[in-house]
Ligand binder design. Structure first.
Ligand SMILES: Nc1nc2c(c(=O)[nH]1)N[C@H]1C(S)=C(S)[C@@H](COP(=O)(O)O)O[C@H]1N2
Ligand SMILES: [Mo]
Length: 307
């Protein structure tokens, strides 16, 4: 695991300055319109008076978010997705909705999104590898899509699949134990939670391919591998769906994958994490800091057993 060990130098280009403007403007607007989803907003940045290092949750730079990625279809290195994902054709894009629902169908991305309004959400992303970022996403609630699909009474989970097209995806050394495509899933109540976001952009720009264009999940209280990229299929199921990482290494990765500083990965502690661009380690927060919003989803669930 490669982690940048030096803090980034001060932004100089007008591009980055524009992004900073964008974030503060959107944060202000979010403060007015998204009051119902408190955790979507991140408190104003406080800086250490000595070192001027951010104390809270300064968003990572556009460059950090788009050059340090996990997207194994395009290679296993953190820089491989940025180098290789441009080969993926993201338009036109079709999303299939099927399984236990009254409104199955194949949708052009534009129709799949309608009539949801795009929202700006600044979320922390905590990878199971113990690094994290803060990302200003743009997207719409997964709950909107679930509602329109009208899951039937027996539906208890939603399964997701990433595009799998070997001609466009160069990774040849690794494959999930249950085969490509990359698969993920959520319990239906998790998918209906207002924090679960279908993402189409970041920093107000169209989502870059390496970040999962044109449509990916952001489930901020779970480890990053739950936030599946480049989604082409959503299937409502009664049984817990098989997912890429829990099928590949079941002793290490569970279906729930809620961020939990008290439950170690078998090969490393999850108590602390490194924010990309920082030297110091931060304490990992229960449910990645979204406990007030999501803890009640797991009342009565043994989180050590259902990791
Ligand atoms: N299809 C697909 N989705 C994926 C992955 C992947 O390899 N393939 N990696 C996951 C992991 S481990 C993380 S941490 C996040 C990283 O998202 P980012 O690169 O946008 O920061 O994407 C997740 N979604
Ligand atoms: Mo990850």
């Amino acid at each position: 695991m490669i982690i940048r060990s030096k803090p980034k130098s001060q932004p100089v280009s007008s591009e980055i300055t524009k992004e900073a403007d964008y974030v503060s403007r959107r944060r202000f607007i979010a403060g007015i319109t998204a009051a119902g989803v408190g955790a979507a907003m991140i408190p104003a940045v406080r800086r250490d008076p000595e070192s001027s290092a951010p104390l809270q949750d300064e968003p990572n730079s556009f460059d950090e978010i788009t050059s340090y990625n996990n997207f194994y279809e395009f290679g296993l290195g953190k820089e491989d997705p940025a180098a290789n994902a441009h080969s993926m054709v993201t338009s036109p894009w079709t999303v299939t909705v099927d399984g236990l629902c009254s409104n199955p169908g194949e949708y052009h991305l534009e129709d799949f999104m309608k009539p949801s309004a795009l929202e700006d959400r600044v979320y922390r992303l905590r990878c199971v590898e113990a690094w994290s970022m803060v990302i200003p996403w743009q997207g719409f609630p997964l709950a909107d899509v679930v509602r329109r699909a009208e899951p039937t009474g027996s539906a208890r989970y939603v399964a997701f699949e990433t595009l799998w097209d070997p001609a466009q995806m160069p990774e040849r050394r690794w494959r999930p134990r249950n085969g490509w495509p990359y698969r993920e899933g959520l319990r239906l109540d998790e998918a209906q939670h207002p924090l679960a976001l279908l993402v189409t952009g970041l920093y107000g720009k169209t989502l870059p391919n390496q970040n999962g264009a044109p449509l990916r999940l952001a489930v901020p209280w779970k480890y990053g591998f739950k936030s599946i990229k480049s989604i082409v299929r959503m299937t409502f199921t009664e049984e817990m769906p098989a997912t890429t990482w829990s099928a590949t290494t079941p002793g290490e990765y569970g279906f729930f994958a809620n961020v939990n500083p008290q439950v170690s990965h078998p090969r490393w502690s999850q108590a602390r994490e490194r924010r990309i661009g920082e030297l110091r380690r931060r304490e990992t927060l229960m449910f990645n800091g979204y406990a007030d919003e999501v803890a009640s989803l797991y009342d009565g669930l043994d989180l050590a057993r259902w990791f």
